[in-house]
Design a protein around this ligand. Structure first.
Ligand code: CA
Length: 517
């Protein structure tokens, strides 16, 4: 990484082969600006946007992260602004000729002695919060459950001080859907597995209506959830015993109180960091994401993998263009094939809608210097650190392996977060360049800014400033270690994230690729 001074005009080149670099200075730089290395800007270049380090001929590759992010549509003079209008998108890597496990990293040395304080569940999973969750089979019951949750929080929760929260797992699925259509298994298993998230104590309550398509037996097939057998864990609103609304609410509250008493007896105990299931995500990315926050998070991911934890990265459209780097890192051919399967499934899903992965970057991503999905993907993949890819899971599946895992999800922040909760996530780290108040009720969400100006603008929303890497005030390793320790502290309830302090808890958003009827 080149650094051309701190207060002086500053750019960052990530890889020695790169012929573009991004501008660090807040507010961007004007034409005529001269860098320490002698490079002179011929255009105004906004902050985080790319400058040509050499003259690039028509048709020549534009290289960032050592990879081709596009081809010059016009001759690009040295020192000019390299933006969407002067380059064309390369083809994505062909899924039929990818390197399979050709560059599997050696296991990193184990890291021992790191622990957190968590709630141990009967199934062996460990919670970082102690929450009463109320699952729902259909949207029709949502408002009733919301009403009951309000009363539970006001009237019951104060008597159970060791329970952190009560949440309704509301959603728009359950009826009016083609429940046997291909793809319907995704929202159904997502709802099932969210109910089993470690932070809900492994045994949720369920409220159903009675006439919906998503019957209880389909949501929780026999054997998935033995604790559901006693009737005391389910309230079905249409049952004869409920004469009127107040009777339904009373039944939900009675059921909740039984569970609150059980949850209230639980205490945090010291557990190895290996019990963490950390979901990584980015949202509102910019061109700094791939040089500051994501590499620092990648460093933290490597520490977690070394400590034996599960680390999930996701967001199919944001790894699609870097897939050749990931299949090469797959622990074995089966893992690589599973990864290719998830990419192929998503290519087909997008093509049904007449789109491809280029639909991903947002106007804000582009304003933040990310020209296209290739550049975004290369920066996004940095979150995954450097270890071997140990496993791949489909959308909404519960992750059952340790190490670095790809849990396939759309990149949409809320859909990805919801699916990662279903995968069993008990800690979440979220990097952002443009800024977002995103938060989830079920797990602590640590927010990492890619740029110091964002961390300064939102000091009460951003937990970690990774922008100090761009200005040379800290190293990737230092910020990565800070994130790792923050994860252990937040998982233990010792340190509150800003989203939890404000109670910023976005709703669940299911991924339903099957038809609505
Ligand atoms: Ca996202």
């Amino acid at each position: 990484m080149d650094r051309a001074g701190i207060l002086q005009p500053l750019y960052i080149r990530v890889h020695p082969e790169d012929n573009v670099a991004i501008i660090v200075n807040e507010g961007g730089l004007q034409p005529g600006t001269t860098f320490g290395c002698g490079l002179v800007l011929v255009d105004a270049v906004p902050e985080a946007h790319k400058v040509a380090l050499t003259s690039i001929n028509l048709g020549d590759p534009i290289i960032r992260y050592g990879s081709v992010i596009g081809y010059a549509e016009v001759p690009i003079p040295m020192g000019s602004w390299v933006h969407e209008g002067v380059m064309r998108l390369p083809e994505p890597p062909d899924l039929n000729c990818l390197p399979i496990s050709t560059a599997v990293p050696e296991p990193l040395p184990p890291l021992t002695g790191y622990t957190f304080e968590g709630f141990v569940n009967e199934d062996g999973s460990v919670g970082t919060k102690n929450i009463l969750g109320i699952s729902t089979t259909v949207q029709c019951v949502s408002s009733t459950v919301d009403y009951a949750v309000k009363r539970i929080k006001a009237e019951l929760l104060p008597r159970y001080p060791h329970v952190d929260d009560v949440i309704a797992i509301n959603h728009s699925y359950g009826c009016g859907v083609a429940i046997d259509a291909p793809g319907a298994e995704i929202p159904i298993r997502t709802l099932r597995n969210i109910s089993l998230n470690p932070n809900l104590g492994g045994a949720p309550l369920v409220v159903s209506l009675g006439c919906e398509k998503l019957e209880l037996s389909r949501l929780m097939p026999n054997g998935t959830f033995p604790m559901l057998a006693p009737k005391s864990y389910v309230v079905r609103l249409q049952d004869e015993e409920h004469q009127g609304f107040e009777s339904m609410v009373a039944a939900i509250m009675q059921m909740a109180e039984g569970r609150l008493a059980v949850l209230n007896d639980r205490r945090r105990v010291t557990r190895p960091a290996a019990d963490l299931v950390v979901g990584l995500q980015c949202g509102g990315s910019d061109a700094f994401s791939g040089v500051t926050a994501n590499p620092a998070l990648g460093y933290a991911a490597d520490l977690l993998v070394r400590a034996g934890a599960t680390v999930m990265f996701s967001e199919v459209t944001e790894v699609r263009d870097a897939i050749n780097l990931l299949t090469a890192r797959a622990a074995d051919a089966t893992v690589a094939e599973q990864l290719i399967h998830e990419m192929d499934w998503y290519d087909k899903y997008l093509s049904k809608g007449g789109m491809d992965r280029s639909a991903n970057p947002t106007p804000g991503n582009k304003k933040g210097g990310l020209t296209n999905i290739v550049e975004k993907a290369l920066g996004s993949a940095a979150k995954a650190g450097t270890s071997a890819l140990a496993g791949v899971f489909g959308p909404g599946e519960r992750v059952t392996k340790k190490g670095l895992i790809f849990a396939a999800t759309p990149a949409s922040d809320f859909v990805c977060g919801t699916l990662q909760l279903a995968a069993g996530m008990n800690m979440h780290v979220f990097t952002t360049g443009r800024g977002t108040p995103y938060g989830l009720a079920m797990v602590p969400v640590i927010k990492v800014a890619t740029r110091t100006p964002l961390a300064k603008k939102w000091p009460d929303l951003i937990d970690v400033d990774a922008g100090v890497i761009a200005t040379g005030d800290a190293t990737i390793q230092e910020v990565g270690e800070h994130i790792f320790k923050f994860i252990l502290d937040a998982a233990s309830g010792r340190k509150a994230t800003w989203t939890d302090r404000w109670g910023l808890h976005n709703e669940f958003v299911l991924f339903n690729p099957s038809p609505i009827t």
